[in-house]
Write a protein that binds this ligand. Structure first.
Ligand code: N01
Length: 546
């Protein structure tokens, strides 16, 4: 992915700009586009060599988005009007082409400094400017600092000894070589069963000698129902339907093209329920998760019904009894939907093949990597030629904690968030005046479609900056009291759901030693929009301004 423009003046040793944005993914691009319309001078610093965010990095085998288009794109007519997709769930190459199209339309790259990793930032009170430092010793001064890092900006590498001794190829999914890895005829070990691990296992099985899927927790995958879509169909939908669709997604719980139904699970008879589940399941995508009965994520009994249906469907696809018990046990490994389900195409049939192995590491953890493969705690060596670490990320908070951000008193954000995350509205921080972030901590992040989330939060940030400018406000900082109340709100909403029962990255469980808490706002977009809008409409409620 090397088609970035060369870094020109944006790469200057000392840069001055109204707005400095960190990250050139969906969020950063949206912010730049909207803030330019206010007449502000904006620059983006991006660690990668091109725009695209996660899709700049994600090129592991089989990488494709699992949100159906057009939900996974900007609602900006100037972008969607003359863009068409080839299928419901596009892969990396197509998503990268989409970002090139976005650049053509919005002219983003000319104001980006690529290859630029931010390693520190603090607010200089006397000058009222953010001073941001890069890894290679450059500095930027800006009135506003906007962080658009995405929720997966910090990779998670388990600390197994011996990784460097491995004789084959070992790569983390988000740092996969762009030129690819030859897996033909090889034994490919895939560690992890998140969205990434499922896709890598599925794709590499096409030509690998065998796939070894290491499973600590089975993924309760849903059928993707991938389909080609024609240009004519998209052109037809663009005549009126797209606009309505983009408005609709803003008012759903998760920002998708569908929503929970206004009914509880047990209100339907078993026959009606079966029919309902069947329809949602066969529709594919996340419908069985996000367009299910409204109590799915709130009530254990309701959830168990959904799980039983899922297990029945999935078990029927696996003939090997031992594999069936690991991948789709009769007893749920966790409540359905409290960990992110992946979308699969032929994952179960593929793993069911005799040459492929499913290795349960829930009670028999991986202990070390040795030259020939992976050793589990029972002493067994699992020989392989390629290891894919699909072990995920220090999600939601990891990126922001890892960039040397300091508050007005010089305290690092990693220190502030050590024993719990505090933000106000999931977009601002006490001690960080004129700094806003999106698609991160305590926003709708993990429970939302990315493009919807960045547009909702991006619009709020742009409106906040506009309001500051219109009212002559040069200093705007969330109070700690407001942060405390926001944290309470997030916790209170989460406590009503089943999320807390499950160990997942949603709750910070995937990183050893990470504070356990709800990391995202689990109240859905309608409530989120209302609460955040209130704060602006009531004259920066919860902020100190000057
Ligand atoms: O990461 P994950 P991901 N020993 O954290 C396992 C988005 N995304 O990169 O579940 C053994 O979900 C870990 O096990 P467990 C999407 O939002 C989207 O797959 O913790 N296993 C888990 O199975 C997604 O949710 C798309 O028990 C270990 C896996 O590694 C998010 O990104 C595509 C282990 C990590 O799964 C992250 O997905 C890809 C250990 N020591 C990603 N440590 C699309 O839209 C970790 N694991 C398609």
């Amino acid at each position: 992915n090397e088609s970035a423009v060369p870094n020109g003046e944006n790469y200057a040793k000392e840069l001055e700009t109204d707005v400095l944005i960190v990250g050139a993914g969906f969020g950063g691009i949206y912010l730049m586009h909207k803030l330019r319309q206010l007449g502000l001078n904006c620059k983006i610093m991006e660690a990668g060599t091109n725009i695209g965010g996660i899709w700049h990095w994600n090129c592991y085998p089989g990488a494709r988005v699992d949100s159906q288009i057009p939900v996974y794109e900007y609602s900006l007519p100037e972008v969607w009007k003359d863009w068409t997709w080839s299928c419901r769930y596009p892969g990396t190459d197509e998503l990268r082409a989409y970002f090139e199209h976005v650049d053509k339309k919005l002219d983003i790259k000319k104001d980006c400094a690529f290859n630029t990793r931010v390693v520190g930032a603090h607010f200089d009170k006397p000058s009222g400017r953010w001073i941001t430092k890069t890894e290679d010793g450059r500095t930027a001064k800006s009135k506003y600092l906007l962080l658009a890092l995405g929720f997966a900006a910090k990779r998670h590498f388990p600390d197994w000894p011996g990784m460097e001794s491995f004789e084959g190829e070992l790569h983390h999914s988000s740092f996969w070589p762009n030129e690819g890895v030859d897996t033909k005829g090889k034994r490919v070990a895939v560690i992890g069963t998140g969205s990434t691990g499922v896709q890598i296992a599925q794709e590499t099985s096409k030509d690998a000698a065998s796939v070894l899927q290491f499973v600590r927790t089975p993924n309760l995958c849903l059928p993707m129902q991938q389909q080609a879509i024609t240009v004519e169909e998209q052109e037809r939908r663009k005549q009126g339907e797209y606009q309505k669709f983009f408005e609709y997604r803003l008012n759903t719980f998760a920002g998708f093209g569908y929503d929970y139904v206004e009914k509880n699970t047990l209100e339907d008879s078993p026959e009606e329920r079966e029919k309902f589940y069947e329809k949602r399941f066969e529709a594919g995508g996340f419908e069985f998760w996000l367009a299910n009965y409204k109590d799915l994520l709130f009530d254990n009994k309701a959830n168990r019904e959904a799980y039983n249906f899922w297990a029945k469907k999935t078990r029927a696809r696996i003939t090997d009894p031992a594999k069936r018990e690991i991948l789709a046990p009769l007893e749920p490994p966790h409540a359905f939907g409290t960990k992110r389900p992946s979308l699969e195409q032929n994952y179960y049939e593929m793993l069911d093949k005799p040459e492929n192995k499913v290795i349960d590491v829930s009670n028999n953890p991986i202990e070390k990597i040795v030259p020939k493969g992976i050793v589990t705690s029972d002493g067994k060596l699992h020989e392989c030629d390629v290891i894919a670490l699909a072990t995920g990320f220090d999600s939601v908070t990891g990126g922001m904690k890892n960039m040397g951000l300091k508050d007005v008193d010089g305290v690092e954000l990693s220190e502030k968030w050590k024993a719990g995350t505090f933000s106000y509205l999931g977009m601002t921080l006490n001690g960080y005046p004129n700094c806003f972030f999106l698609y991160g901590a305590q926003g709708p992040t993990a429970f939302s479609n990315g493009p919807t989330c960045v547009e909702v939060q991006g619009d709020w940030i742009v409106d906040a900056i506009k309001k500051m400018r219109d009212e002559g406000i040069t200093y705007c900082e969330a109070t700690h009291e407001a942060e405390k109340q926001w944290r309470e709100k997030v916790t209170e909403l989460s406590d009503k759901t089943l999320f807390g029962q499950t160990k997942s990255w949603y709750m910070g469980d995937n990183i050893p030693g990470k504070f356990r808490e709800q990391l995202s706002f689990p109240g859905g977009f309608p409530l989120y929009k209302q609460l955040t809008r209130n704060a602006l409409d009531r004259g920066f409620e919860g902020f100190v301004t000057a």
